[in-house]
Design a protein around this ligand. Structure first.
Ligand SMILES: NC(=O)c1ccc[n+]([C@@H]2O[C@H](COP(=O)([O-])OP(=O)(O)OC[C@H]3O[C@@H](n4cnc5c(N)ncnc54)[C@H](OP(=O)(O)O)[C@@H]3O)[C@@H](O)[C@H]2O)c1
Length: 317
């Protein structure tokens, strides 16, 4: 996608501001809000200058998030104190690969170093591994290596499964539960997840920025539940209980593909399901997140899953 804004230097910003990628997107908007609440000055790097509904309160300076004009990227980062990097892609799609997302991350981090940014807070994922057979996790591990080798001060924050307003996964599970007579659960549903509130991720990220030592920390919530319990909790919140059918991962993916095809979206990829079933969305550290997903579900039950959230509409079209 071509940047819709002119990549220009921003003389209006005095040095010492923070930069957030995707400041109107999902996690980025919560980081931006948290920084504004701390009276930090914020610039966001965005692909589109149009603020989506629900982000009108986020009053920040904007510059393009693009990777083709390196000197413009450097200028947009010059004078920044901390760069909060949320940039990543959920899956391979069209001509975009995880390799390209890694290369783009390298460009961004290199530009931050050249611009003299003091510190980077890099949002990764729980349990990344260079040797992972899952490209998402291997790619994230590669981005972490780039961050550690950047010469900047750094903090790496590794969220598990992020829930909150604007999320796609939990919303679309709720959407399915509201509409479908049956809901497929791959395997026995006994593998665990440890959801974390998006507000907690933002708090952990800004806390990490304040630490003097470089650090790697998980962003995980207080409760670890099985996937079956996770789905059950969503069903209780929205007040509808389709028949839960335990079936093979292959059939679950196939059914998801059929629904997604009708919606012109990608609902769940094989790699995402593998990561879930291999419990990669569980932390092995004492959780720093405090907000419980059950509470959030109950307070957001009225709106959750009312409309479908399309990944392709949001990030790819
Ligand atoms: N969501 C989760 O449950 C979860 C769990 C663990 C780790 N994480 C990590 O947390 C970070 C933030 O995740 P998020 O879900 O909150 O993401 P997000 O805000 O929806 O997107 C983060 C950034 O990546 C950009 N982006 C996303 N898809 C893109 C695409 N196809 N092409 C180009 N740019 C794209 C977004 O730009 P646009 O908004 O302009 O598309 C935005 O600047 C990511 O690094 C993710 O890997 C998320």
């Amino acid at each position: 996608m071509e940047p819709a804004m002119e990549p220009v230097a921003h003389p209006s910003m005095e040095p010492g501001f923070d930069v957030v990628t995707g400041g109107f997107s999902y996690t980025g908007r919560f980081i931006a809000r948290r920084l504004l609440a701390q009276e930090r000055r914020v610039r966001t790097l965005v692909r589109s200058p149009e603020q989506p509904p629900g982000t009108e309160d986020i009053k920040v300076d904007m510059a393009p998030l693009q990777f083709t004009d390196r000197s413009a990227l450097v200028e947009s980062l010059r004078g920044a104190d901390v760069l909060y990097n949320t940039y990543w892609v959920r899956f391979r799609h069209g001509s975009m690969s995880f390799g390209e997302a890694v290369a783009n991350t390298r460009t961004l981090i290199g530009a931050a170093a050249e611009a003299g940014v003091r510190k980077i807070v890099h949002i990764s994922v729980s349990n990344p591994s260079i040797d992972s057979h899952l490209d998402y996790y291997a790619g994230k591990a590669r981005t972490e290596e780039i961050v550690r080798g950047s010469g900047l001060r750094w903090a790496i924050v590794r969220p598990t499964l992020v829930f909150g307003t604007g999320d796609i996964l939990v919303n679309n599970i709720a959407w399915l539960i509201r509409r479908m007579p049956i809901f497929l659960i791959p395997g026995l549903g006994g593998y665990r997840v440890q959801p974390v509130a998006v507000e907690d991720v933002a708090e952990i990220a800004t806390w990490a920025a304040e630490q003097s030592d470089n650090l790697i920390v998980d962003a995980a919530g207080p409760d670890t539940v099985t996937y079956g319990e996770f789905v059950e909790g969503i069903a209780i919140a929205v007040g509808r209980r389709p028949r839960f059918v335990y079936t093979s991962p292959r059939l679950t993916l196939l059914a998801g593909d059929v629904v997604a095809w009708r919606l012109r979206d990608v609902m769940l990829t094989k790699q995402e399901l593998q990561g879930l079933m291999e419990e990669l969305l569980v932390s092995h550290e004492k959780p720093l997140g405090t907000r419980r997903m059950d509470n959030w579900l109950l307070t957001n039950a009225e709106t959750l899953g009312r409309t479908y959230a399309s990944e392709l509409d949001r990030h790819w079209r």
